[in-house]
Ligand binder design. Structure first.
Ligand SMILES: [Zn+2]
Length: 66
């Protein structure tokens, strides 16, 4: 009888499954977790050109894995 409140992904705002069934928690997916990691790395390393938006990074990761 555990009805945990649904968390929403901080990246894409979709519903994120609970930690017990979602390794990427609190994100909705590995993709969004990677996007968040990319944001941190983006701040750590100097990247030439305009900063990529999280959505652009997600798009790129999706294209690569598919
Ligand atoms: Zn997400």
């Amino acid at each position: 009888m555990s009805s945990q409140p649904q968390k929403s992904c901080p990246i894409c705002d979709n519903d994120a499954p609970p930690r017990s069934e979602n390794k990427a928690f609190p994100f909705c997916s590995k993709r969004c977790k990677a996007v968040d990691l990319g944001k941190w790395l983006g701040g750590q390393y100097a990247v030439p050109g305009p900063p990529a938006s999280p959505h652009d990074i997600a798009q790129e990761l999706t294209n690569k894995s598919d």
